[in-house]
Design a binder for this molecule. Structure first.
Ligand code: SRM
Ligand code: SF4
Length: 515
C-alpha cells in the first residue's frame, strides 16, 4: 500500500495535510509566500509545510524564522560560513546561529520575504536547507575528523555527501524521500570512538571487518522522544564502505515509507519512528523486506565492530595524519554563534588553515590543516579567549538544546542557565574526570539528556505554591564503546536548587571535591 491509496486507514493530522499537499510542494510557492508575507499564509503551510524547506515558523518570535541547514558530516568552508554570517548579520540583534546536536547550523531571525534571495545565495556556495525538518531525513552525521585522523578506519565524507545528494536530489528536493512517516536520522561512523552516537540514530553504520574487508555493521531503530527512548539494535547486516551504503539507506527509507500506513505508523505520530516498524515485524522480516527492495541478498553482520574507544571531544590541538598539520577544536559555549563570531571563524580558517571548518555533535567547531608554525598565532587570536581550546571541565562538555528563547515546546530556559551553572560549579569544584552534562528543554530530547553523564530534562514543578521551571535528572548515559542510555535519577528538581543538587551528584558520583 502506498500513501496515495491509504483508503480506510485513519491518518493523523500531519499525514492528512501531506496528502492534501506534499510538504515539498511549497518550494514552488516560496516566491509568492515571500511577496504576500507570513501573516497571509495558510496556517499549515506556515507552521508545517515550510519545514520541508528548512524554514521554521517560531511562535515564540513570530515573523523571525529559523532556517535549518544541511551540513553533511559537519564539513563546511569559510566562504559558506561567511555567507551564513552575512545572512544573519542583516537582522542585527535578532540574527544569530546555533551549532546543533546533529553537527549542523541553524540560523535565527530570518525573514520570510528574504528567503528566495537567501536560497539563491546558499545555492551559489553549495549549501541547502531542503528537507531538514518534519518527515524527512535529518542532517547526516559523520566523524568530525574524517580524512584528518591518523587512526581513522573509513573516511565518511564522500559517502555522506553522496547520500545527501541522493536523498535531496542534489539539494533540489526529492519527492521519493519527502513523505516518511516521521523524522529519520542517519549517521556513519568512520573512527573507533562512536563520535556520532550510533545508538540514537534510526540507521547507523559502524566500522567492522568482514573476512578481512573493512565496511560497516548496521544498527537500526535508535531514537529519543517524549513517548519512548530506544537504543539502536543490530540489523545483522554488513555492507562494504562504498555505494552499497547509499543503496541500503535508500532501501530502508523506501520500506519505511511504503509500509508506514499499513503498519499503523501514519496513524499515531508518537508511534511512527522506525523502531515501531521493527517491533511490528521483527528483524528477520525487516531484513527480508529491505533485501526485496534492494533486489539482492544482504550479507550477514561481521561478528564484531571496531568501536573500541571512549568518545573524544576533539577540543584542543591534535596532529593530523597529514605530516606537519594539526586540527584545532574550539569550544563554542552551548553552540551559540553571532554573525561577528562566524566571520571570525571563517577568517581564522583561511588565515591559519585551508579554509575548512568542521562541526561536532557537541556543538563545537574544528579548524583543520593548521600548519605547525600557525598553531601559536592561532591560539593567541582574541576569538580563542572565548572559544577556548581548553575550557573548564563542566563547560567543556556542556551540550544544550535551544530552550524557550526560540522553541515553543520548551518548558524551561536551557542554554543561558546551563552555561551559568556549569561556570559556577567549575569555579567551586575540582572535577577530576570528564562530566558531560546535557540539557534539554522538554521531553522531545533534542539535547540528548539520555546520553549525558548527567542529563537535565526540562519540566514544570510546584514550589512554595507556585509553578516554576525545573528538571528531571538522568544519570548513567554512556557514549563511545558500550554506549547505553541513562536512566531517570531524580524527578522534578526546581532549577534554582539545581546548583546544589548537581554539586552533590558531582561529589558523590564523579569524585569532585570542593576547591
Ligand atoms: Fe529536535 C523537534 C531542535 C536534534 C528530537 N527539534 C524539534 C524542533 C524542530 C521543534 C520545533 O519545531 O520547535 C526544535 C526546533 C527548536 C529551535 O528553534 O531550534 C528542535 N533538535 C533541535 C536542535 C536544534 C537542538 C539543538 O539545539 O541542537 C537539533 C537540530 C538537529 C539538526 O541539525 O537537524 C535537534 N531533536 C534532535 C535530536 C538529537 C539527535 O538527532 O541526535 C533528537 C533526539 C533524537 C531523535 O530524533 O531520535 C531530537 N526534535 C526531536 C523530537 C522528538 C522526535 C520524536 O520522534 O518524537 C522533536 C518533536 C517532533 O519531531 O515531533 C523535535
Ligand atoms: Fe525545543 Fe524540546 Fe527540542 Fe529543546 S528538546 S529544542 S525545548 S523541542
Amino acid at each position: 500500500m502506498n500513501t496515495a491509496t491509504q483508503g480506510q486507514i485513519k491518518l493523523n493530522k500531519i499525514e492528512k495535510a501531506k496528502l492534501e499537499k506534499d510538504g515539498l510542494a511549497v518550494k514552488e510557492e516560496l516566491e509568492h509566500f515571500a511577496k504576500i508575507g507570513w501573516e497571509a499564509l495558510d496556517k499549515t503551510d506556515l507552521e508545517v509545510r515550510l519545514k520541508w524547506l528548512g524554514i521554521f515558523f517560531r511562535p515564540v518570535t513570530p515573523g523571525k524564522f529559523m532556517l535549518r541547514l544541511r551540513i553533511p558530516n559537519g564539513v563546511l568552508n569559510s566562504q559558506q560560513m561567511r555567507v551564513l554570517a552575512e545572512i544573519v548579520q542583516r537582522y542585527g540583534e535578532d540574527g544569530s546561529a546555533d551549532v546543533t546536536t546533529r553537527q549542523n547550523i541553524q540560523l535565527r531571525g530570518v525573514r520570510l520575504e528574504d528567503m528566495p534571495g537567501i536560497f539563491s545565495k546558499l545555492e551559489r556556495v553549495g549549501l541547502t536547507s531542503i528537507q531538514s525538518g518534519m518527515d524527512n531525513v535529518r542532517n547526516l552525521t559523520g566523524s568530525p575528523v574524517a580524512g584528518l585522523d591518523e587512526e581513522e578506519l573509513i573516511d565518511t565524507r564522500e559517502l555522506l555527501n553522496k547520500l545527501q545528494d541522493v536523498i535531496t536530489n542534489k539539494g533540489q528536493g526529492n519527492y521519493a524521500f519527502s513523505n516518511l512517516p516521521r523524522k529519520f536520522n542517519i549517521a556513519i561512523e568512520g573512527g573507533r570512538d562512536n563520535s556520532i552516537h550510533a545508538e540514537i540514530n534510526d540507521v547507523a553504520f559502524v566500522p567492522a571487518y568482514r573476512d578481512g574487508q573493512l565496511g560497516f555493521n548496521v544498527l537500526v531503530g535508535g531514537y529519543l522522544s517524549a513517548q519512548r527512548c530506544a537504543e539502536a539494535i543490530p540489523m545483522g547486516v554488513w555492507v562494504p564502505a562504498n555505494d552499497e551504503v547509499i543503496d541500503l539507506s535508500c532501501a530502508i527509507l523506501k520500506v519505511y515509507t511504503e509500509n508506514g500506513a499499513a503498519e499503523g505508523l501514519r496513524q499515531t505520530r508518537q508511534k511512527a519512528r522506525l523502531m515501531w516498524l521493527l517491533d511490528n515485524w521483527g528483524m528477520e522480516k525487516f531484513r527480508a523486506e529491505v533485501a526485496k527492495v534492494l533486489g539482492r541478498e544482504l550479507l550477514p553482520a561481521a561478528p564484531e565492530d571496531e568501536i573500541t574507544q571512549e568518545k573524544k571531544d576533539y577540543l584542543g590541538v591534535h596532529a593530523q595524519k597529514q605530516p606537519g598539520y594539526y586540527y584545532v577544536g574550539l569550544h563554542v559555549p552551548v553552540g551559540r554563534l553571532s554573525a561577528e563570531k562566524m566571520f571570525e571563524i571563517a577568517r581564522l580558517a583561511e588565515v591559519y588553515g585551508n579554509g575548512e571548518i568542521r562541526l561536532t555533535v557537541e556543538q563545537n567547531v574544528i579548524l583543520p590543516f593548521i600548519a605547525e608554525g600557525n598553531i601559536e598565532p592561532l591560539l593567541s587570536e582574541p576569538l580563542l579567549e572565548e572559544f577556548t581550546v581548553s575550557p573548564d571541565p563542566l563547560v567543556r562538555s556542556l551540550v544544550s538544546c535551544t530552550g524557550n528563547h526560540y522553541c515553543n515546546f520548551a518548558l524551561i530556559e536551557t542554554k543561558g542557565r546551563g552555561l551559568k551553572i556549569a561556570q559556577q560549579l567549575d569555579q567551586e569544584l575540582n572535577i577530576p574526570q570528564r562530566v558531560r552534562i546535557h540539557w534539554t528543554g522538554c521531553p522531545n530530547s533534542c539535547g540528548q539528556p539520555q546520553v549525558g553523564d548527567i542529563g537535565l530534562l526540562g519540566t514544570k514543578v510546584r514550589k512554595d505554591g507556585k509553578t516554576v521551571e525545573g528538571v528531571d535528572i538522568y544519570t548513567g548515559g554512556k557514549v563511545g564503546k558500550d554506549a547505553q542510555l541513562g536512566n531517570l535519577f531524580r524527578k522534578g528538581v526546581p532549577c534554582d536548587e539545581l546548583p546544589e543538587v548537581l554539586r552533590e551528584i558531582l561529589v558523590e558520583q564523579f569524585r569532585a571535591t570542593e576547591k
